[in-house]
Design a binder for this molecule. Structure first.
Ligand code: PLP
Length: 356
C-alpha cells in the first residue's frame, strides 16, 4: 500500500534527496568511498558544505553580512546559544507554544525575559496581535511556525530591536525577507533534511556585543571563523540538506514552493471547514501552511480512534495530533506531494459518509 507520510518531524523528504543520499552512502560522486568514511576536511566534503551554504543563500536571497552555519545540538541548543551570545540584561519573547516557552526558559538563565504576549489562554490556538516590543530589549524572539498547534506567523514582522526567529518547521516554505532578522535558526528535521543538523543564519554585526565570556563551542564566532568545521560537523545530514535545497531550486525556488504550500493547505482546510464531523483547532487568521490541526466535533468525539484506524488502513502515517491538542495533525511540509493531500481528504470524506 502507498504510504502517505504526514509525520511532524522527522518527516517526509523529497524522494530524489533520499535516493541521492543513498547513492552517496555507497559511493560519493564515484570517488570509490562512502560519504560516511571520508574526512570532513577533504575537498569532497568541503564541496558538499560549500554547495549547501551557497544554495541556502541563493534560495532565501540572503544579503551580504549574513553567515549560514550548520551545527549540531538541534534547535534546542539554539534556545540557549541565542541568549548566551546576544543577551545582556533583558530580552523579549512571544509565547506562542511549547517551543517558544522552552526558548524563553533558557533566556531566563541570563536575565529578564519580557513575555510581550501569549496565546496560552486559548491553548496556543492563535498568534497574538497588538503587542508592543520593548525598545530596550536586546532582541525579540518569535517562533514563526508552531508545529504542535498549527499556527504560523507568515509575514516578516517589523521589530525595533534585533529579531530572532525559530523557523524549524517552516524554513524555505515561503520567501523570507532575511534583512528583517538578526538571526534565524532551526532543526533541519522538519522541512529540510534528516535529524542531526541545525541551520543558523546570523547577521555578523550583532555578535561580540555582550560582556559574558562564551565557551568556545557555544560562540557563533567560532563556527563562522571555521566555516562550521570547528569540530566534526554532521556530514551525512548536511549532504541530504544540500540535496533537498537542490530539489527546491529545481521546482522553482521558495516562491513556487509557497504557491504549492498554499494550495495544499488550502485544500485540506477547505475540506475541514465543510465537514460535518471535523473542525480545525487553530483560529483561521493564524493557520499554518505546514501543520494542519483538527479534531472531531463534540458529538463525534468518540469516533476519533475509529478514524485513526480507518486512516491507517488507507496508508495515512503520522496524523495523530500532539497530546497537548489531541485529535489529528497533518503535516504538509514542502516534500509532501499533492497526491497525499487528496488521499487524506478522500479518506476524511469517506469516513464522514459512513459515520455522519
Ligand atoms: C521540533 C521543533 C524544535 C525542536 O527541535 P530540536 O532540533 O529537536 O531541538 C524547536 N522549535 C520548533 C518550532 C520545532 O518544531
Amino acid at each position: 500500500m502507498k504510504k502517505h507520510n504526514f509525520n511532524a518531524g522527522p518527516s517526509i523528504l523529497p524522494q530524489v534527496a533520499i535516493e541521492n543520499t543513498a547513492k552517496a552512502v555507497l559511493d560519493l560522486n564515484g570517488i570509490g568511498m562512502s560519504i560516511l568514511e571520508i574526512s570532513h576536511r577533504s575537498k569532497d566534503f568541503q564541496a558538499v558544505i560549500d554547495e549547501a551554504v551557497a544554495l541556502f543563500k541563493e534560495l532565501l536571497n540572503i544579503p551580504e553580512g549574513y553567515q549560514v552555519l550548520f551545527l549540531g545540538g538541534g534547535a534546542s541548543l539554539q534556545f540557549c546559544m541565542v541568549p548566551f551570545n546576544l543577551m545582556n540584561k533583558k530580552t523579549a519573547y512571544l509565547e506562542t507554544g511549547v517551543w517558544a516557552k522552552k526558548a524563553a526558559k533558557e533566556a531566563k538563565f541570563f536575565g529578564d525575559v519580557d513575555i510581550v504576549a501569549s496565546s496560552a489562554d486559548k491553548n496556543f490556538s492563535y498568534i497574538p496581535k497588538g503587542y508592543t516590543i520593548p525598545a530596550d530589549a536586546d532582541y525579540f524572539h518569535i517562533t514563526t511556525n508552531n508545529t504542535i498547534y498549527g499556527t504560523e506567523i507568515r509575514t516578516d514582522i517589523n521589530s525595533p530591536v534585533p529579531l530572532i526567529a525559530d523557523m524549524s518547521s517552516d524554513i524555505l516554505s515561503r520567501p523570507v525577507d532575511v534583512s528583517k532578522y538578526a538571526l534565524i535558526y532551526g532543526g533541519a528535521q522538519k522541512n529540510l533534511g534528516p535529524a542531526g543538523v541545525t541551520f543558523v543564519i546570523v547577521r555578523e554585526d550583532i555578535l561580540g556585543k555582550n560582556e559574558r565570556p562564551i565557551p568556545t563551542m557555544l560562540d557563533y564566532r567560532t563556527h563562522i571563523k571555521e566555516g562550521s568545521m570547528f569540530n566534526t560537523p554532521p556530514c551525512l545530514p548536511i549532504f541530504t540538506v544540500k540535496e533537498t535545497l537542490k530539489w527546491i531550486k529545481s521546482i522553482g525556488g521558495v516562491r513556487e514552493m509557497e504557491k504549492i504550500n498554499i494550495e495544499k493547505a488550502g485544500l485540506l482546510y477547505d475540506a475541514i471547514d465543510r465537514s460535518k464531523i471535523f473542525v480545525g483547532t487553530a483560529e483561521k487568521d493564524s493557520r499554518s501552511l505546514m501543520n494542519i490541526c483538527f479534531v472531531m466535533k463534540e458529538e463525534y468525539k468518540d469516533k476519533e480512534d475509529a478514524f485513526m484506524e480507518f486512516a491507517k488502513g488507507r496508508g495515512m502515517i503520522g496524523i495523530k495530533g500532539h497530546r497537548s491538542v489531541g485529535g489529528f495533525r497533518a503535516s504538509t511540509y514542502n516534500a509532501l506531494p499533492m497526491e497525499s493531500v487528496h488521499a487524506l481528504i478522500e479518506c476524511m470524506e469517506e469516513f464522514e459518509k459512513l459515520n455522519a
